[in-house]
Design a protein around this ligand. Sequence first.
Ligand SMILES: Nc1ncnc2c1ncn2[C@@H]1O[C@H](COP(=O)(O)OP(=O)(O)OP(=O)(O)O)[C@@H](O)[C@H]1O
Ligand SMILES: [Mg+2]
Length: 297
Amino acid sequence: MTPPALAGPLPRPIPPRADAPTTGTARNDAPRTGPPRTGTTPSGRLIAIASGKGGVGKTWFAITLAHALARSGRAVLLFDGDLGLANVDIQLGLAPGATPGHDLGAVLAGRTRLAAAVLRHPEGGFDILPGCSGSGVLAGLDPAALTPVLAALRAAAAAYDTVLLDLGAGLEGGVRTLAASADTLLVLATEEPTSLTDAYAVLKLHTADRPGGDARIVVNQASSPAAGARTYATLRRAALGFLQRDPPLAGVIRRDDRVREAIRRQALLLTRHPGAAAAADVEAIAASLCAGAAALL
Ligand SMILES: Nc1ncnc2c1ncn2[C@@H]1O[C@H](COP(=O)(O)OP(=O)(O)OP(=O)(O)O)[C@@H](O)[C@H]1O
Ligand SMILES: [Mg+2]
């Protein structure tokens, strides 16, 4: 079958930052030593990843995108914003609680500063701020209580080129607040009707919270690029018809058994299966996100 023509707008690159650091290697798999850069950049870029529906691949995508951006020379902080059930640390094999003081809970409790709480992923070349896995400490936070979290993230963003927020499932206060506060929101959807409905709901709330804000669609677990394009077209039609909004497609990621295998082994897909279709798809998204900044890296 011929894939439907994608009449949607092309993904927009992240605008270049005049103050982007000029250091960094073309493919930076080597651990960057020392603490995150500080004082080199007045502002970083916050990208949140949401879906509404659970289990569509947000955490895996956030980790893999962080890795892809780090490999292209960006300084990246991955923040586990799944406040109820932090799980970046689980997918990466960082034992929760094994590194006391290195999580958002410690920062909010005033026990440590955010810059001191981040962990380095030695192989991935990016930094991580874990949530509080399983503790539920953060789940009960109302949106107002997120103000210090957001302030800490904004402060941290100054030392990074990109801060990625892996948000939890659902659309409740905390998720909504964090999604609305990001510079760019990536809305993950799969072809499942319930996922499409939830992705639409995320877009609807974002439109209310950030009229004209930057929200883009990522279709995950697509059975083919053409099927992914159809999923996007469906979501786009609904957004155009009911929200008068035209969210661009950030990219389509194909369903790939090697994703499951890598997660099972708590390994990074780009290292374990660099030739995987899903790896190429995430790298293409990373490249398009920073295309505008490429000359500065
Ligand atoms: N492109 C893909 N191909 C195949 N399987 C995938 C792909 N993306 C995600 N998955 C599968 O989806 C599962 C759920 O992924 P993940 O935990 O990242 O989702 P999530 O959206 O973060 O879930 P939650 O809402 O519970 O936080 C993974 O364990 C993996 O098996
Ligand atoms: Mg998750």
